[in-house]
Design a protein around this ligand. Structure first.
Ligand SMILES: [Zn+2]
Length: 260
């Protein structure tokens, strides 16, 4: 029972206002070219996909225009690079249900979907300013998809667990992958979205040396989750893969190359 290979899938780029990524600061820096990536894990317990990316015709891509997604960055073509078809995927883990993370859920008809229950509930009735901009039923609400709502931390298969890290959204989860070779990768997605949140010296009205991201459900929970993730990285000796970080993504090994 083990995770043998971990692939980073290139899902394109969405320009996001910088202050969405760093709370209340950075506006003068303009749009940040957010990397959108998904992660596929080959395990002895099945094929596991983490997040499904965005639809270039979805409302979020339209809002954050110009979205950049080449033909080869479609999730179907990224999976094809490693010989996997959407129908082969056994388990999808959604970090949360925003349109750049759950946009292609409808393609994975044979998968079980692991999503936090609070996230599922909220996605159907978000606050008005988060409607369409964050959640779109056209992304995740497809007849026949097999959702398995979970509450809190969860062992998905051996070597893949989810940790409840709310704040950016009510039910954000961080995924921890421990490979057969003993490497630990910590994937917070939007709970820790770019590296500069925890590496730049921040001066402002926030508490502590870190800045939480700026597109929030709860500021307080978002901070708690950042500390939780940093602590996990320390205690598990894990490498954090920042959620939309351009530099992380550009220097990461990408499919068909993989981590072990
Ligand atoms: Zn999000």
């Amino acid at each position: 029972m083990a995770v043998n290979k971990v692939f980073v899938l290139d899902g394109g780029t969405l320009p996001m206002p910088h202050e969405w990524l760093t709370y209340s600061v950075g506006k003068e820096r303009g749009a940040y070219p957010s990397a959108i990536y998904q992660v596929y894990c080959e395990t002895t317990e099945g094929k596991v996909l983490i997040d499904t990316g965005f639809r270039s015709d979805g409302p979020l891509a339209k809002l954050l225009a110009p979205a950049k997604q080449r033909e080869d960055q479609l999730i179907t073509n990224q999976l094809a690079k490693i010989g996997v078809k959407p129908g082969d995927i056994d388990i999808v883990i959604n970090s949360h249900l925003h349109g750049d993370h759950a946009g292609n859920n409808g393609l994975f008809k044979n998968a079980r979907f692991i999503v936090q229950r609070t996230e599922m509930r909220y996605a159907y009735a978000p606050l008005p300013h988060l409607g369409e901009m964050g959640y779109s039923r056209g992304d995740f609400d497809h007849r026949g998809l097999k959702y398995e709502p979970i509450d809190g931390d969860w062992q998905v298969v051996e070597g893949i667990e989810t940790i409840f890290t709310p704040g950016h959204s009510p039910g954000c989860q961080t995924i921890i992958i421990t490979t057969a070779k003993g490497n630990v990768f910590i994937l917070p997605f939007d709970a820790l979205i770019i590296r500069e949140q925890v590496t730049e010296p921040w001066i402002g009205p926030w508490d502590g040396p870190y800045v939480c991201m700026g597109y929030l459900y709860s500021l307080e929970d978002s901070y708690k989750s950042i500390y939780k993730i940093l602590n996990l990285a320390k205690t598990r000796n894990g490498q954090i893969w920042f959620g939309h970080d351009r530099q992380f993504f550009d220097t990461a090994k990408k499919a068909p190359d993989y981590y072990e």
